[in-house]
Write a protein that binds this ligand. Structure first.
Ligand code: BG6
Length: 486
């Protein structure tokens, strides 16, 4: 299948940090369809050769395993081209049209790795230039808007030019192999489904912790904050996959219909529940991984009086028969103790204990990163003679530990690699539909509104910690604890 992949924002961070390394990996794995062309588009005055040289240098900064050798890059980069365009100028789309006409791609994908403020104008101009034909698709990077109204405006602009099936909203968390495995775990096995409900589950915790700070993205981040950057999209998408009803098939819309129902069932926030159930924090200077790091307010391009949150922990509930009363805790933050993303399903305690000693309730841990795996915590007998005063042996906690990289050593691919290949192939399952995305905004908006009325601002936490103490109190209130405290 020949393709043209057009990367708007061709000299931006996302392109060289994520998209190009992923395309290179796909090429190296032999999964990038041969004969395709990748066109980077930006405003800089460059030609193909100059762009390739620039890209090669940038790629020396990505993690070592993903860096191309000069020979491999020379072969891969034959597919990489460059076009100078000003995305706001209608005439420049004629240049793009001419470039596309020089090939005969069966599929054309426009990837908008630009700020969301450009999405409406780019869609309109593409439409005006006739670049919305049925074999053409558009990929929209997050953030998709800043709030519900701006997301709706973007969706209206996109819909006036492309059909829903042509518009792919990316949430790269859905491309992570461990997130794929959530579906496999729930709907490819009979074991968990009978337990996957309020009768057996005490609470579910989703932690997306990062050790890094805001780096060079201070201006973007300060306008965005952790709620918009991580909760509205990544954390809520994980929640929908955990809480959804079994879909009738694995088709994109069957899955997305069920995810949407979960979002619609989330208990809405008001000012009182935001004050009670949502904790926001902002990092101060501290130590992460043995290195001292500055506080958020001292980061480049961050105003000294910023009230932007770099940490959020919240408690929410899915109001339906399966989940009524089960707390879902979502937590994310920058400059936390380590890079660590996982989902913990805490089962209820035993109804009646017949063994002495402390019994730890069963726990299923789905690890997303740094490594990707599954742990099931059980209680077991050591089988050894015991010398205690009890007649029966106290049980000990043990875990079944599955490491997906070891189970499937060759096949694993990164999230962006997977998403890019799906976009080229027109597989929509892992992309977010506009109604899901708007519903997620509808749900987070009362939190943003309540914060804008609240003088308190975010609570400080030391870089390298697990966030403000109030986040510990949020779960402790119901007798629970975060995994690192267990
Ligand atoms: C992005 C956020 O969507 O996800 C970043 O904008 C964040 O702030 C990143 O660092 C985290 O992604 P990952 O795959 O490294 O966990």
């Amino acid at each position: 299948m020949s393709f043209d992949l057009v990367l708007f924002g061709g000299t931006g961070d996302l392109t060289w940090r994520k998209l190009m390394p992923s395309l290179f990996q796909a090429w190296r794995h032999g999964t990038l369809p041969p004969g395709g062309r990748i066109l980077a588009v930006a405003r800089d005055t460059l030609d193909d050769e100059a762009y390739r040289a620039w890209l090669y240098e940038r790629l020396q900064e990505v993690e070592e395993a993903k860096r191309p050798s000069p020979e491999a890059f020379a072969a891969f980069s034959q597919q990489v081209h460059y076009l100078r365009m000003d995305l706001s100028r209608a005439e420049d789309y004629g240049l793009l049209q001419q470039w596309l006409c020089r090939g005969d791609a069966a599929t054309v994908v426009f990837y908008l790795a630009t700020g969301p403020q450009l999405f409406p104008v780019v869609c309109e101009r593409l439409g005006a230039a006739g670049l919305n034909r049925p074999h053409m698709r558009i990929v929209l990077e997050k953030p998709l808007g800043h709030d519900l109204a701006s997301a709706q405006a973007i969706n209206r602009a996109v819909r006036s030019v492309f059909t829903e099936a042509q518009a792919l909203r990316i949430d790269h968390y859905l491309g992570k192999p461990s997130v794929q495995n959530l579906m496999a775990l729930r709907f490819g096995n009979v074991l968990f489904e009978p337990l996957w409900r309020r009768e057996s589950i005490a609470n579910i915790q989703i932690t997306l912790a990062e050790g890094i700070g805001v780096g060079t993205r201070g201006d973007f981040y300060d306008r965005t904050g952790a709620l918009r950057d991580m909760i509205q999209n990544h954390a809520l998408q994980l929640l929908t996959m955990l809480a959804m009803e079994p879909p009738s098939s694995a088709d994109a819309d069957a899955i997305r219909d069920e995810k949407l129902k979960v979002l619609r069932s989330l208990r809405p926030f008001d000012a009182a529940s935001v004050a009670r159930d949502v904790v926001r924090g902002q990092y101060r200077a501290g130590m992460v991984g043995g290195q001292s790091v500055p506080g958020y307010l001292d980061e480049a391009k961050v105003p000294a009086d910023s009230r932007t949150e770099t940490f959020v922990a919240l408690r929410c509930e899915v109001q339906n028969w399966r989940w009524a009363g089960v707390p879902f805790y979502l937590r994310t933050g920058k400059r936390l103790a380590q890079r660590h993303a996982e989902i913990v399903v805490n089962f209820r305690p035993l109804p009646h204990a017949i063994f002495p000693g402390r019994h730890q309730p069963n726990r299923l841990v789905i690890r997303l990163q740094p490594d990707d795996g599954l742990q099931l915590h059980l209680m077991a007998s050591k089988g050894a003679a015991h010398a205690g005063q009890h007649q029966h042996e106290a049980l000990s906690p043990v875990s079944l530990d599955l490491d997906f990289d070891r189970a499937f050593p060759a096949e694993r691919v990164g999230a962006y690699e997977r998403m890019l290949l799906d976009a080229l192939a027109g597989r929509l399952n892992l992309f977010v539909r506009s109604d899901e995305q708007e519903q997620a905004w509808r749900w987070v908006e009362p939190i943003l509104d309540a914060w804008s009325q609240d003088d308190q601002g975010p609570r400080p936490y030391a870089a390298g910690s697990w966030g403000p103490a109030a986040a510990t109190a949020l779960v402790a209130r119901e007798g629970f604890s975060w995994p690192e405290e267990q």
